[in-house]
Design a protein around this ligand. Sequence first.
Ligand code: ADP
Ligand code: MG
Length: 347
Amino acid sequence: MNVITARLLTALLLVSLVACERRPPEYHEQLLVFGTVVDVKLYGVDAKRGAPLVAQLAEDFEYMHETWHAWHPGSLGRVNQLLPSGATFAVGPSLLPLIKRSQELSARSGGLFNPAIGKLIALWGFASDEPPSGPPPTEAQIRAILDSKPAMTDLHLDGINIRSDNPAVKLDFGAFAKGYAVDRAIERLREAGIVDAVVNAGGDLRAIGRHGQRPWRIGIRHPRGEGILASVEVEGDESVFTSGDYERYFDWQGKRYDHIIDPRSGRPAKGLSSVTVFADQADLADAAATALFVAGPKDWLPVARAMGVSGVMLVDDAGNVQMTPGIRERIHFEMDEPPPVVISEAL
Ligand code: ADP
Ligand code: MG
């Protein structure tokens, strides 16, 4: 080896060592909020910068959880107590945008996403932190609530004031608050100058930017049993939310009753075991996952179009999978025998 080659090699070695040292740091923390694990990953961020940011997010999440909880004493609890009186009263400022946004998304879903059906949710026993054990309510009990037709259009907002036309309205944001909170977290991170991040609330997430040289890689839960059904790469800015019948349910006399209620029948929605929605915002993805779950295996496509989501994957009761063409190209099944897949019309 001549001197020049040796020098060159030394230089190369040095460059690669420096490159190793300079590999961007990554900050990763898990928070216990919203009854789930919220996993925050920040790429290119060290602990000194990341820890206080995530501490701030934790504080925000706690606040949102208490303020937006339908059944705990707090801002939304108070709203739910006052609404049946028909009187006009002032809403807590953090609730106003949440109510407005959910009115808009409920309208787009044709009322299948309907946070005004809190009374039905409570009737089925899903208002408590513990899953119910049954028995299911009677047809007469369900009918009594359905006949009063609680809907988001019964609510009238004027500045900071609210009034309900319908005493049967009780707000439950269980289908969408997590998505809304994830959006606020991403907003806060962006304000702090973060460009590459994932906020993942128990498998429901929004990702921005990239993981260095590659996109973020995320898993989609299997609706039956533990583990991952599929993985997918996301980058730029995308939200992926899954609604399923496996989250909260009870079994009664051999039948499963889960926590997603069809506002038309007043009963748990049938036909699907999970719906994964891809969208540009987490609150939309969350509300749409619930709405498409209610729409069911035959009628979800027009609802997905009306809501403006960018991709869908559904697993029906029998384990068959349907997906939109763009998603098929991106999904990688994480199992030895991938399930049968039907590609739907494009959105
Ligand atoms: P997950 O908790 O599995 O993410 P969802 O986002 O679908 O599921 O939220 C389900 C929760 O939403 C229920 O526990 C209930 O509080 C509420 N909910 C149930 N059915 C509806 C519906 N049709 N529209 C709006 N909210 C609903
Ligand atoms: Mg949802």
